[in-house]
Design a protein. Structure first.
Length: 159
């Protein structure tokens, strides 16, 4: 049985690859919630494995994401919305927070904590690429006072 849709909260979940953003959202979401996730959009438009991302599809994936984000900024009868991003840059997180009134949660899992799940993920085949992405995230990461930061273990209760 579904619950009725009603205007609830919007959360933005940022962090390095392998931090557990998607896992957390999937465990926490409810029927009728909206999930905005670039990986899922790529999968939906390509039909390829979860992390296979042909560059030629990027404009379509970005436009789909933009359209949903834009719609979330308007009044609606929606359940909660979960926006999953990498979001290392403070300005990017603050922009979405301002547009949607989103609560920003940054999962600050260390390089070591993220490498383990990535190395065991059957869909993430090129380990060296993922390690490079992890290192770049930590090099670019900028903290912001408005973020809720979770350092390890995912136990997020902000609403």
């Amino acid at each position: 049985m579904s619950k009725e849709c009603h205007d609830k909260t919007t959360g933005e979940y940022d962090g390095p690859p392998g931090a557990g953003k998607t896992t957390y959202v999937k465990k926490s979401m409810s029927y009728g919630d909206i999930i905005v996730d670039m990986d899922a959009f790529y999968y939906a438009v390509s039909g390829l494995d979860w992390y296979k991302k042909p560059e030629c599809l990027l404009p379509f994936v970005c436009e789909a994401r933009y359209t949903i984000i834009n719609r979330l900024s308007k009044p609606s009868n929606k359940n909660s919305a979960w926006v999953i991003r990498s979001g290392a840059k403070k300005k990017e997180r603050e922009k979405l927070q301002e547009e949607l009134g989103a609560q920003v949660i940054v999962i600050e899992k260390s390089l070591h904590e993220c490498i383990n799940p990535i190395s065991k993920d059957e869909f993430r085949s090129n380990f060296e690429v993922w390690e490079k992405l992890l290192r770049r995230w930590w090099e670019e990461y900028e903290k912001s006072e408005g973020d809720v930061v979770v350092s390890s273990g995912i136990s997020i209760d902000v609403y």
